[in-house]
Ligand binder design. Structure first.
Ligand code: FO1
Length: 322
């Protein structure tokens, strides 16, 4: 069984490759909930939804979030009712938020709601939110404001400089049911090429998850979300400096750290453009390789998934039987 720690879009592309290399029934994805936002009384889970829409070919292909073939009649009416449309919710997407929020209001845990939605979309792999508790990524800006992640990223286009990032609620959050067991039983754990600061860190900030990652016998391999000093998508370059990490593929791997030094990783995968970083990674006790990490097509993503598992001695076929 393969466990993947995942955020949104970068992870979804990788997962499309992983499901071609490993039986989806043997994949558990632990998904970030720090991006979640409450709007119009609805709980919106961008990372869970992006992965679901991507893997079921429902995602809006250019945006890579939200639904394709979408209409915005509700958004337009809300605007007439005085609601500023800073966060675009299409009609089809809204149906999911209404469905999820109604179940949450009845006391159904987010993990159960997620399993329900995944089943209705015919997802073969298992999606788990990192926690059923609220973990909220807050951006503290250098001009003294405390912004919800979406307000900073979407509302202000990531313009305000970042002083630091807070994962509010993480310290007391419990891993969602199944997360610790999946990590303990895994044949391999993959840190997807997601944003280290706002996608992966809110997951590992949950104490029970960090402890399970430290104690599991499964090897842990990550893929750099940075290629040649640049993010593939999103805004990690605006956040890494705020947490003291250079916008550099090897630096991110070293920031996650080698397990022998109490860090997270056994292996780190760089893009061929960053092969000069391999030496630093080996010196830190990490297995490391450089390969094509830009997942422009499913075949490249499949090869990347295989290379990542093989780097830490895991045969994708065997992992698929776990
Ligand atoms: N991103 C935007 O840049 N603008 C939006 O209006 C927007 C709306 C939105 C609605 C639902 C959803 O699931 C995602 C949405 N996103 C939007 C993307 C979102 O900010 C990102 O997917 C993640 O939170 C960052 O990875």
């Amino acid at each position: 069984m393969v466990v993947v720690l995942a955020g949104g879009v970068g992870a979804a592309r990788f997962l499309r490759g992983l499901t071609a290399a490993v039986d989806p029934a043997a994949i558990t994805v632990v998904v970030n909930v720090g991006d979640d936002v409450e709007l119009h009384g609805l709980r919106i889970c961008p990372d869970l939804d992006s992965i679901t829409y991507w893997l079921t070919d429902l995602v809006h292909p250019e945006q890579q979030w939200g639904r394709a073939d979408e209409r915005f009649t509700v958004r337009d009416e809300l605007e007439r009712l005085g609601h500023e449309p800073w966060f675009t919710l299409g009609d089809r997407d809204l149906a999911l938020h209404l469905h999820r929020t109604a179940l949450l209001r009845e006391g159904v845990p987010l993990s159960t709601v997620t399993a329900d939605v995944a089943a209705r979309h015919g997802l073969a792999l298992r999606l788990l939110p990192a926690s059923d508790d609220r973990v909220e990524t807050r951006i503290h800006t250098t001009d003294g404001r405390d912004l919800g992640f979406q307000r900073w990223w979407v509302g202000e286009r990531a313009a305000p400089d970042v002083a630091d990032v807070e994962y509010r609620g993480a310290a007391t959050a419990q891993p969602a049911p199944g997360v610790v067991e999946a990590i303990e039983r895994a044949d391999a754990i993959v840190i997807a090429p997601s944003n280290p600061v706002v996608s992966i860190a809110p997951i590992t900030a949950v104490p029970g998850i960090a402890a399970a990652l430290r104690s599991t016998a499964a090897p842990i391999v990550g893929i750099s979300p940075i290629i040649h000093g640049r993010v593939v998508r999103g805004m990690a370059h605006r956040l890494l400096p705020a947490v003291g990490t250079a916008v550099d593929a090897a630096a991110v791997g070293l920031a996650y750290g080698a397990r022998r030094d109490g860090g997270l990783l056994d292996g780190w995968v760089l893009d061929t453009a960053d092969a000069d970083g391999l030496e630093r990674l080996h010196a830190a006790g990490l297995a490391a390789t450089a390969t094509a990490t830009l997942m422009d097509d499913p075949e490249l993503a499949r090869r990347l998934a295989r290379t990542s598992l093989e780097l830490v001695g895991v045969d994708p076929a065997a992992a698929g039987r776990g």
